[in-house]
Design a protein around this ligand. Structure first.
Ligand code: ADP
Ligand code: ZN
Length: 290
């Protein structure tokens, strides 16, 4: 049995599954203070007889195993969670191998092992929710680096009709500041799901997301692009994004996946609610074990 944790800013999902990504039991714990939340995490796993644990976490996180702050959540704007030693706290209770990566890297890995990018050695997973995060698997490996990529915070060209200033607390009008759920809601003054019928809203949203995706394609050349998160429940976004991406690429990358079958190239996730947990299990079977 392998334990899995999807550590999010709103909720921690914990589960138990097998090495093939099957989940047998899961629980959702609200993210409050680290003490309170991790106490509940510990008690869930207490009698589960897990032999390893995979953790995909919101971030930024320190993934450098030679660093003195490895396993920490670092500069998050999330209250109470700045500079929290997540993996250190887990290790106090479980002396088993722990795989650790960002939530979006875990999701990209899970989708490549069992979901929408199954069998491919390359994909990116983009979540458009409270924030925008992107995980990337390239040549069979999850990408890290100096820290880890932060592709949700790239700069984009403004839409000519957009007067909204952006709400990223670090950059103002970066992609996340203009296109994550809270930005949509502040710009238009309504909950995102109440805006379903407002064409202009989704046209502008697709304009921003397609710009970002175009840049990811140009830089990483991923073999599949998976778009999840609360905002992507607006399925009308997919065809709009497809059209904008094709237009941005401008026939420069002449691959049939982009020119003719883009609806099979830029797709929704395939693992549904278990994507995060399956990905966390993937971290144990594949990567980053310590
Ligand atoms: P999180 O990013 O916190 O893990 P979600 O991926 O569910 O959680 O994202 C939450 C955001 O998604 C909310 O800010 C909201 O704006 C947006 N959202 C949730 N449901 C919908 C929907 N049906 N249509 C459009 N936007 C939605
Ligand atoms: Zn930003």
């Amino acid at each position: 049995m392998i334990g899995a944790i999807e550590a999010g800013g709103t909720k921690f999902v914990c589960g138990v599954g097998d090495k093939d990504g099957n989940i047998f039991e899961r629980v959702t714990i609200p993210t409050t203070t680290p003490d309170e939340t991790l106490e509940q995490v510990h008690s869930f796993f207490q009698n589960k007889k897990i032999s390893a644990l995979g953790v995909g976490s919101f971030g930024p996180v320190d993934l450098d195993r030679s660093s003195s702050t490895y396993g920490y959540i670092t500069s998050t704007p999330k209250r109470h969670w700045n500079h929290v030693n997540l993996i250190g706290e887990l290790k106090k209770h479980f002396s088993i191998p722990i795989g650790f990566d960002t939530d979006v890297n875990a999701a990209a890995l899970g989708e490549s092992l069992w979901g929408a990018a199954k069998g491919l050695d390359s994909c990116i997973y983009i979540t458009v929710g409270t924030g925008i995060g992107v995980g990337a698997l390239v040549e069979g490996k999850l990408i890290h680096g100096l820290t880890h990529p932060e592709m949700g915070h790239i700069l984009v060209r403004r839409h000519v009709e957009d007067a909204y200033q952006g709400n990223c607390s670090y950059h103002g009008d970066c992609l996340e500041g203009l296109a994550a759920g809270p930005a949509i809601e502040k710009r238009w003054g309504k909950k995102a799901y109440e805006l379903s019928n407002e064409k202009k809203v989704w046209e502008m949203e697709a304009y921003y997301l397609a710009q970002a995706i175009t840049q990811y394609i140009l830089i990483l050349s991923p073999k599949r692009i998976i778009l999840g998160g609360g905002v992507m429940k607006q399925e009308q976004l997919f065809p709009l994004i497809h059209t904008h991406v094709q237009s941005n690429i401008g026939n420069y990358i002449q691959h049939e996946q982009i020119m003719e079958r883009i609806e099979e190239y830029i797709v929704p996730p395939n693992l549904g609610d278990n994507a995060g947990l399956a990905g966390a299990i993937g971290l144990v079977s594949s990567y980053n074990i310590e």
